[in-house]
Design a protein around this ligand. Structure first.
Ligand code: SAM
Length: 264
């Protein structure tokens, strides 16, 4: 449940986060998972399947991720599921990948999930990928993805002890980055920068620059394997996707959720 220390080092990122199944199960109102064909977009090593309550059939589970080592590890852990490498460029996770590589056509899915994926892309890339993913939904299929509202502050007793329960999401992520990635980080200066404007969409780059929404297409290119953390308010996500259900976090998570259907 905690962040994995050392992201940004040369080692490929293998997710240690859990809780994904429980989160999406609740956000989607407990769909009948065993009958669903599921795509875990950016699913890394497939921790969605780790939950003992997970009823997704491994034979119905597909994971696409840009990190080849995570895909290999997912295949090893879940031989009956399908893990595929998607060699698309990502500033943080796959700097050697191909820019704008389209999402491969793997057929239609009843459910497409993306946990903490569009908190690591530009807004333009989110729009592009979400538009493509929607075309792979069945007629009554759903796409659900998480995002971090900077101003969500968990009520008392909500958040995990190791996740700075008293801080809002913006300050939690800054404190977490300083602890795990950048001990010398000037959190106070970044906080001041971030609070000087009302955030709609903002990107924390390399734990040193806050880029407030400038159309959202900004992305620093040419730098390898550094950090990229996106914040977006629920209100702003509603304006980006007026047809989405934008849902607040469910305990103990701090992520909001956007739920979209196939475009008519
Ligand atoms: C913070 S991790 C979350 C991993 C996983 N969803 C979880 O909850 O354990 C973000 C993941 O998104 C993947 N990713 C980033 N951009 C992607 C893209 N364009 N297509 C597929 N996966 C992507 C990364 O490789 C990484 O595994």
């Amino acid at each position: 449940m905690t962040e994995t220390p050392g992201r940004g080092s040369a080692a490929p990122y293998i997710s240690a986060r859990t809780g994904q199944f429980r989160y999406f199960d609740r956000q989607l109102g407990r769909p009948g998972w065993p009958a669903k064909r599921v795509l875990d977009f950016g699913g890394n090593v497939g921790n969605l399947l780790l939950d003992p309550e997970c009823t997704i059939r491994h034979g119905h589970y597909w994971c696409l991720d840009v990190i080849p080592e995570a895909v290999e590890e997912g295949r090893r852990r879940y031989p009956d599921a399908t893990f595929l490498h998607y060699d698309r460029y990502n500033f943080e996770y796959n700097p050697g990948g191909t820019r704008r590589l389209p999402v491969p056509d793997l057929g239609r899915f009843d459910v497409i999930l993306a946990q903490s994926v569009f908190s690591h892309t530009s807004k333009a890339e989110m729009r592009e990928l979400v538009a493509q993913l929607r075309t792979f939904l069945t007629d009554d299929g759903v796409l659900a993805f998480t995002f971090i509202d900077p101003y969500f502050k968990p009520p008392p007793g909500w958040a995990r002890a190791e996740e700075w329960p008293d801080l809002d999401n913006l300050r939690w992520r800054l404190a977490s980055a300083r602890r795990w990635q950048e001990p010398g980080m000037d959190v106070e200066a970044l906080e001041a920068e971030a609070t000087s404007a009302r955030i709609t969409w903002a990107t924390l780059v390399n734990n040193e620059d806050f880029v407030l929404d400038s159309g959202g297409d900004w992305c620093r290119e040419g730098e390898e394997r550094t950090h990229y953390m996106v914040f977006c308010t629920e209100e702003h996500m509603r304006s980006v996707y007026p047809d989405a259900d934008v849902l607040p976090p469910v305990q103990p998570e701090r992520f909001s959720c956007a739920v979209l259907r196939r475009q008519p």
